[in-house]
Design a protein around this ligand. Structure first.
Ligand code: PLP
Length: 351
């Protein structure tokens, strides 16, 4: 199963902006999205004048929770004249936008089934997970349309770049049209719609082709790094290593752990600072989007799992260029942070 059409774009955010339009998302519509993701897909929904409905993450693999998607569609919406409307806002629900975060796929079957049942488009944000597989199918081939990013921090890069893929020829043509200034005549400057200059340059496209050749080797390396971290960390109290679902093939693009303060002794932010003292850069996971001030107009959402993951998660250095020595330094500092915090707790108790 593989989509037949690809349209290059200047970056992943532009790709999402266009994907939403070709999928028929209109101003005033609603699109379901996990609150635990990078801000770009939330922004893209707003660019088209639509509204995100924020769904909580599931606790195992930290992706959008399919059960909560279903619960919202079944209990929070009603049918009117062949279309689905949010009971609370009265807005039309048009699409679901699963984001495969950190290199791991979303559990897509229940989401695709719900989308079929409720007549919604599925727009995959696969920007963080190029090369990951869901039940043996590469992510990006499972929705109606999907987007990739070749930003500098992604598994392959053109410095900046993106791609829209779909099996719908008409949508692909429309995407090409919109990304290239919506030109309606090959010679004359005729424009029937508002278009965008969202092209990827030829130079960067050539770089992308060369980078694609490296992808299998990069994924192997990422998976080796993940195995090394997970093996070393599974025995450390209070640390939950990143996992891979039985139905998933993860690229482990951004290796992330959870830090339980009560068992580990310090919380994720204190650990971040401790690692920083040793010149080791780590990052928390995103603040849930519904808590960003830019999105306050979207309404109130309860997403306790995403809140907890935001508090506890820490992404560790995992570039494909990381050396064995660097990896061991990270692990040494993690282990010594655990011993130090327990030692200071013991001495606090005895004094
Ligand atoms: C989940 C997600 N969506 C979209 C994007 C946007 O891609 P770009 O930076 O290429 O615009 C990114 C990252 O950059 C991302 O992590």
């Amino acid at each position: 199963m593989r989509h037949g059409f690809g349209v290059a774009a200047v970056n992943g955010t532009a790709a999402l902006h266009i994907a939403l339009q070709v999928a028929g998302v209109k101003p005033g519509d609603e699109v379901l999205i996990s609150t635990l993701t990078f801000i770009a897909p939330g922004n893209a929904i707003r660019y088209v004048g639509a509204w995100p409905v924020f769904i909580d993450a599931e606790p195992e693999y930290w992706q959008i929770d399919p059960q909560k998607v279903l619960e919202f569609l079944e209990k929070g919406c009603r049918w009117r004249e062949g279309a689905l409307y949010n009971k609370a806002t009265g807005r039309r629900v048009r699409a679901v936008l699963p984001v495969h975060i950190l290199g791991h796929p979303v559990d897509l079957d229940p989401i695709r089934e719900a989308a079929r049942k409720f007549n919604l488009a599925v727009i995959e944000d696969a920007t963080e997970s190029l090369g990951a597989k869901y039940r043996d199918v590469m992510v990006g081939n499972l929705g109606d349309v999907a987007c990739f990013s070749f930003n500098g921090n992604k598994i392959i890069t053109t410095g900046g770049g993106g791609m829209i893929v779909t099996n719908n020829e008409e949508w692909a043509r429309k995407a090409k049209y919109l990304t290239t200034q919506a030109k309606d005549d090959p010679v004359e400057y005729v424009h029937n719609e508002i278009g965008y200059n969202y092209r990827l340059t030829n130079l960067l496209a050539a770089m992308g082709c060369a980078q694609m050749e490296q992808l299998p080797a990069y994924i192997d390396t990422k998976r080796r790094i993940a195995t090394a971290y997970s093996k070393a960390l599974e025995a450390v109290p209070g640390i939950t290593p990143m996992r891979e679902a039985p139905w998933a093939y993860s690229t482990f693009w951004l290796y992330t752990i959870l830090v339980d303060r009560s068992a580990f002794g310090i919380d994720s932010r204190a650990l971040l600072r401790r690692l920083e003292q040793e010149q080791i850069q780590t990052r928390p996971l995103w603040r849930p989007i519904h808590r960003s001030r830019a999105f306050v107009d979207c309404g109130l959402f309860e997403c306790p799992i995403a809140e907890r993951l935001n508090r506890e998660a820490l992404s560790l250095p995992c570039s494909v260029g990381i050396t064995e020595e660097d990896l061991h330094t990270v692990l040494d500092v993690l282990n010594s942070s655990f011993s130090e915090s327990h030692q200071s707790q013991r001495s606090a108790r005895s004094s």
